[in-house]
Design a protein around this ligand. Structure first.
Ligand SMILES: *[C@@H]1O[C@H](CO)[C@@H](O)[C@H](O)[C@H]1NC(C)=O
Ligand SMILES: *[C@@H]1O[C@H](CO)[C@@H](O)[C@H](O)[C@H]1NC(C)=O
Length: 533
């Protein structure tokens, strides 16, 4: 028998080859047979957010899955925006104006230097409730989604209403998209160990994994806050659905826990190492390798500086005119005193103050919009000054550009600390800014080579990592489509009490039993001892 393979005549050798050719012709039909119906559920809470959803939708669509990007409209400004170039887009409009009202009141946040526990309890716990209330009243308008019989729904966890809506639509399999690094509450929901002694809490927390004694106190406190705030959010959303949808509506935590995998928007070559489980797949910078080109005016702006150029952009949530006056002046001071560098500063359209301020400064160009990835690729760019949003930071690290980051909220503090930890830049605290601050920090990062070297090292690691985020997403979604793995990777910690997880029960037992034995063994002795007295 063994020999038969060796002794085949040439024609026999050809047969398997022919078979291979034949199957590769019919190959594509395998994909069609396996194609899943996939819903990407994505309320329009911000442009960058919708853009990220559309990257998933396009990627899955191009892999022959029947993919729909579904956008409940929170922001009328974004009613024409989807970013999806290929996938189908369905919209759900005219059901709420609550989000725009909330965001308008949110604009004052830049004045507030730190969002504390009290602020979070008063502003954040109920932040998503009005939109969710409006959505639940209109759920009947989503019947077409139920009827379409989707196999898999992708949704994110920023708005705690999302898991509840997706659950109500009765889609059998779910994939959680984490638009930030693994949030404390998601780790908690899925039983993932996150010891605050070395895992930095994600929100409003200027820490990385190397913390001193007081940093660890702060980190534990932030971890606690985060879990309490998000637990309360979930609890309130569950109440809304219990009152308006079904009396037995399950806890949001149980819905989240039942996802098949969590696709995390970060990259292990850059992000702080932490314990994860197989259920968490790092897919940061999806579509990051896409080529975009720079308009010629910008191309020449970035070419101007003798020693290089610097890009300054604080994103759409905190444009230059919203920054505190001291910060604006400090940036102005830095630009004026670094004439060998050319600065490109992103300002809001029609920001007359900025135009006046920089009227007589030769080494700066003000811009309203830039294709950020193309800018980051520019040869002459030496530094990016930003607010440290996750996507910005990942893109910047991908292109090996050092950073100065002045965080505004949520994970931006942690992202900034992460950049410091990797030696690729410096964080500036908004409340510590004085006139000289930006001049000092920008000069330092431009002059000390270590920052550029570290940034470029991370860039090389990211660009040559073993699997691209696109490969990971497609393979895992195929796997989820083909198998039932909702509880395959669940840690048993899900089913244990806090005392059991932390061995409190066992340690108590081990201490108590010898004590009791000791007591009973010597009881006579003790009682005699008592009598003798
Ligand atoms: C939403 O409302 C606006 C104004 O009331 C109307 O013009 C528009 O057609 C509506 N859109 C949908 C999808 O119902
Ligand atoms: C989670 O999955 C389990 C097992 O499939 C199921 O019994 C339970 O009802 C699900 N919970 C929710 C909230 O979907």
């Amino acid at each position: 028998m063994y020999y038969s393979i060796m002794k085949r005549n040439p024609v026999q050798h050809l047969l398997p080859l022919l078979f291979l050719c034949f199957t590769s012709f019919i190959g594509p039909s395998r994909f069609i047979a396996d194609a899943a119906r996939i819903l990407v559920y994505c309320p329009s809470i911000s442009k960058s957010h919708v853009l990220l959803c559309s990257k998933y939708a396009d990627l899955l669509h191009n892999a022959a899955h029947d993919t729909v990007l579904f956008i409940p409209s929170y922001y009328t400004q974004l009613d024409d925006f989807d970013g999806a170039k290929h996938a189908k887009v369905w919209r759900f409009q005219n059901f709420t104006d609550a989000y725009e009202k909330r965001m308008a009141s949110f604009a004052g946040i830049m004045e507030n230097s730190h969002i504390g526990f009290y602020d979070r309890l008063t502003n954040e716990v109920d932040f998503w409730m009005p939109m969710c209330q409006d959505l639940v009243n209109q759920l009947h308008r989503m019947q077409h989604i139920v009827d379409y019989k989707f196999d898999i729904a992708l949704y994110n966890d920023i708005d705690p209403c999302n898991p509840a809506v997706v659950w109500s639509l009765g889609i059998p399999k779910t994939v959680l998209l984490s638009t930030e690094p693994i949030m404390d509450k998601i780790a908690w929901d899925l039983g993932l160990p996150s010891l605050p002694s070395y895992v930095p809490s994600v929100e409003e927390n200027p820490n990385h994994d190397r913390m001193g004694f007081f940093d660890r106190i702060l980190n534990a406190y932030k971890h606690f806050q985060s879990i309490v705030v998000h637990y309360l959010q979930d609890y309130h959303i569950q109440k809304v659905f219990q009152e308006n949808f079904s009396k037995d509506f399950p806890p949001i935590q149980n819905i989240i826990r039942n996802c098949s995998v969590v696709l995390v928007n970060t990259d292990e070559m850059f992000d702080i190492p932490r314990p994860i489980s197989t259920k968490f797949v790092y897919v940061g910078m999806l579509g990051g390798a896409e080529q975009t080109s720079l308009p010629s005016s910008l191309e020449s702006a970035f070419n101007k500086g003798n020693k290089g150029s610097v890009f300054i952009s604080f994103g759409t949530v905190a444009p230059f005119n919203i920054l505190p006056k001291t910060v604006q002046l400090s940036i102005f001071h830095a630009i004026k005193n670094l004439p060998d560098y050319h600065f490109v500063l992103k300002v809001a359209d029609g920001d007359k103050n900025a135009t006046d301020m920089f009227a007589n400064v030769p080494n700066v160009d003000l811009v309203h919009w830039v294709p950020q990835k193309a800018v980051l690729k520019h040869r002459n760019l030496k530094l990016f000054v930003s607010h440290g949003g996750m996507n910005s930071v990942l893109e910047t690290m991908y292109h090996g550009v050092p950073m100065v980051i002045m965080p505004v909220f949520t994970d931006q503090f942690r992202n900034a600390k992460n950049v410091e930890r990797r030696g690729a830049g410096v964080m500036v605290g908004r409340e510590t800014v004085k006139q000289e601050t930006f001049l000092e920090v920008i000069s330092k990062v431009l002059e000390e080579e270590s920052y550029t070297n570290s940034a470029q090292r991370i860039s090389r690691l990211i660009q040559s990592r073993p699997f691209t985020p696109e490969e990971r997403v497609l393979k895992w979604i195929d796997f989820v489509a083909n198998h039932d793995i909702a509880d395959q990777f669940d840690l048993e910690s899900n089913n244990l009490t806090l005392a059991e997880i932390n061995y409190v029960d066992v340690v108590s037992y081990l201490v108590l039993v010898p004590l009791l034995v000791f007591f009973f063994a010597f009881r006579n002795y003790f009682s005699n001892f008592g009598k003798q007295k």
